[in-house]
Design a protein around this ligand. Structure first.
Ligand code: PRX
Length: 688
């Protein structure tokens, strides 16, 4: 039975929330009328001019816009006194200072007050047809028990908890439990290796505790997550405790550091075992009163140098931005079932499986499986069974599924679908058309959403715009409310005309953007704010069409995107093998994964090995040090790499070679020895 949590009346939506947004905006009559269209109760009343004017206002008068939205959408215990205090030239970003709130209260308690029986989570487990539902009341109870458990084991406000779990209700409750007691979380994708996990744990000296499961289950295969944690622990002496939940019935070796998370397992009416976290814990957990700018989570992502960076997101601004984009990009309406199939280990899982949907009181799907398990109809069977209204996935899966044919889609009823989303990498026209025509029966808008771990939420997407407004296949199209993109030329000047390409930057701050890199603010400044002073540099290139629509053209740095997973080429090169003198990794176009990994390897002198054996060994090492998806698809052994006279590897040349674009090799006059290129070309042709 659900019991009320420690939510006190001060957390019940304040009078701010009951007033209309328009009353906060002191703007012209035209805008005031348009603002009304933004309100849920006024949705659908306005045409394109209304939404366009509102967008204009969100940029020209961004403080008023964000202040109004923050008061309306979030539940504050103390109102903020300063909307923003940002200076992009110094990488200083602060929103809603003076405000106090609790993110878990915003995601749970306020919905429990109105409808405790509404389903918050549908756990689409790996085994087809064995989904489990959790109401907001149940999720709050699980979160509170877990919050108490963490507190009892010494986790305090400001500490950081690492979560190494597959996508499951307990992982969501763990994230929310951290938020409830004021601890930050650091979710590490459960596909990462022990070394990658250990590196992410060690980077933050405040990381004390880990939550994991005995084993993961995905695509019918078991992964030994607890064993991976055990290996990682050998190089993480500061970790005090490891909480272990049971996803399967197989026992694992427990050490003195480990604590079993479930003491009681209960039989549910449908005969499926339900996880109960230490039934001894109280179901009331007083929420910590957090400042807007306290840390909510760290999330590690790849950059162009070897070491992954822990991006820091804070409480109010992040939550607001995730909630707003979830509602308006996907046209989410109360009662909808939102199906984002991302893993919670990535930012998409954070913003659109957990925080955005829960802040909006949605029913959100937790997808544990793969698109082709047990067959290529898995997604669409799930759409039919769970009556999903918005489906949000990655182009790599769409490209894979379209190869299996339309019959796997047509078998299932997809009439509940209203919006289809795409994220993480460019979606090619063929995949977009198939998604739209076959999956969406030609009637669901496809929203290609561009954003990053750094941006916290979607920045460029076809919606919100008038429902009839044009969507161009393969284009992210329009900036979201409050987003002010600019394109820069190579001289660092803003390109003002249309039909042009440049480096994609943001001219204004927005509440969802990352605040710093954990333990390294200077790297934050150098990476994002120094390349174009006064602007946030995304690392991506973009094209702006004649009509002013944006299309992402790809990374401008040495980051590649494999099946929507971002990886720095330097991270792969940093995997050291004693036989290798030097290596260079580049991305190449892959028909399913978007990009594949191509490694050039130069052996040390006198090394005598079978290339095939060494390739296998190198692949194994990359899987072990990073993750399977980072393993090279091709390893080309070379006598030397093309270099400039100053000794810099000419990656531009290597990229052209692997794309077989020999016409585009460009100026080779700066090469130390142009013959090296010919050798590389011959080696590449031999390998194919
Ligand atoms: O290059 C862009 C690509 O993914 C990068 C961000 O990766 P990550 O931080 O892991 O976040 C992925 C999920 C938001 C971007 O710099 N990217 C993301 N979305 C798109 C995209 N490239 C093209 N089109 C997109 N819709």
């Amino acid at each position: 039975m659900w019991l009320p949590c420690g939510c006190t009346s001060k957390y019940v939506a304040s009078s701010f929330a009951r007033r209309t947004l328009a009353s906060y905006l002191h703007v012209s009559g035209r805008s005031r009328c348009n603002v009304a269209a933004f309100m849920p109760e006024a949705a659908g009343l306005e045409g394109v001019s209304g939404r366009a004017a509102l967008r204009e206002l969100s940029v020209s008068n961004s403080e008023s816009f964000w202040a109004a939205v923050a008061r309306h959408r979030l539940c504050w215990s103390t109102p903020f006194h300063t909307v923003q205090d940002c200076d992009l030239s110094r990488g200083k970003i602060k929103w809603f200072e003076g405000g106090k709130l609790n993110v878990s209260v915003n995601c749970l308690d306020r919905h429990v007050h109105t409808c405790p029986e509404r389903v918050a989570l549908i756990w689409e487990r790996d085994e087809r047809g064995s989904e489990m539902k959790y109401t907001y009341g149940e999720l709050l109870e699980m979160t509170c028990r877990l919050g108490n458990l963490l507190r009892r084991h010494g986790v305090k406000r400001g500490d950081c908890v690492t979560i190494y779990m597959p996508t499951c209700p307990l992982a969501v409750a763990s994230m929310l439990a951290c938020a409830r007691i004021g601890a930050a979380h650091n979710v590490v994708f459960a596909g990462f290796s022990a070394d990658a996990l250990a590196e992410r744990i060690r980077d933050g000296e405040m990381l004390l505790l880990i939550i994991t499961v005995n084993q993961g289950v995905r695509g019918g295969k078991v992964t030994e997550l607890k064993k991976t944690v055990d290996t990682a622990m050998q190089s993480c002496p500061t970790v005090k405790q490891v909480f272990v939940a049971m996803r399967t019935d197989n026992p694992v070796t427990m050490t003195a550091r480990d604590i079993a998370m479930e003491e009681v397992r209960e039989q549910k009416a449908n005969q499926i075992l339900e996880i109960q976290i230490q039934a001894v814990e109280d179901v009331v957990c007083e929420p910590a009163v957090m400042n807007s700018e306290d840390v909510l989570f760290l999330l590690y992502t790849s950059g162009s140098t070897g070491k992954p960076k822990g991006l820091v997101h804070t409480q109010a601004g992040y939550l607001l931005y995730a909630a707003l984009t979830h509602r308006y990009v996907f046209s989410y309406h109360d009662g909808d079932v939102f199906g984002c199939v991302a893993d919670i280990g990535w930012i998409t899982g954070h913003s659109y499986v957990v925080y955005g949907p829960l802040a909006n009181g949605a029913t959100t799907v937790l997808f544990e499986s793969t698109p082709i398990y047990p067959d290529p109809g898995r997604y669409w069977d799930m759409v039919e069974r769970l009556k999903i209204n918005q489906f949000y996935g990655a182009p790599t899966a769409i490209r894979l599924l379209l190869k299996y044919g339309d019959q796997w889609v047509n078998k299932y009823d997809r009439s509940t679908l209203k919006t289809l989303g795409s994220v993480g990498e460019p979606i090619n026209t063929e995949a977009w058309e198939w998604y739209h025509r076959v999956v969406g029966d030609g009637r669901c808008p496809v929203v290609d959403t561009w954003w990053q771990t750094e941006t916290g939420g979607i920045c460029i997407a076809p919606r919100p715009s008038d429902p009839d407004a044009e969507i161009v296949p393969g284009m992210a199209m329009r900036p979201f409310f409050g987003i002010n993109p600019v394109l820069m030329d190579t001289e660092g000047e803003v390109l003002t005309s249309n039909n042009t390409s440049g480096a994609l930057c943001m001219a204004q701050p927005w509440p969802g953007m990352a605040r710093t890199i954990h333990n390294n603010h200077q790297r934050f400044i150098d990476t994002y704010f120094q390349p174009y002073p006064g602007y946030f540099f995304t690392g991506d290139g973009a094209y702006r069409s004649e009509e002013g629509y944006y299309q992402i053209t790809g990374r401008l740095d040495d980051v590649i995107n494999v099946s929507g997973h971002r990886i720095g080429t330097a991270e792969i090169e940093d995997v050291v093998c004693p036989a290798v003198a030097e290596s260079a990794v580049v991305g190449y176009t892959h028909s399913i994964k978007g990009q594949g990994v191509y490694a050039f390897v130069v052996l040390k002198k006198g090394i005598d090995v079978q290339e095939a054996d060494l390739s296998r060994q190198l692949n194994g090492m990359v899987s072990e040090k990073i993750a399977k998806y980072a393993s090279p698809d091709f390893i080309q052994f070379a006598k030397r790499l093309p270099k400039t006279r100053s000794g810099k590897i000419m990656r531009r040349v290597l990229r052209k070679v692997v794309e077989s674009d020999l016409e585009g090799l460009g100026d080779l006059s700066t090469l130390d020895d142009p013959a090296a290129v010919q050798e590389i070309i011959q080696g590449h042709e031999k390998l194919l």
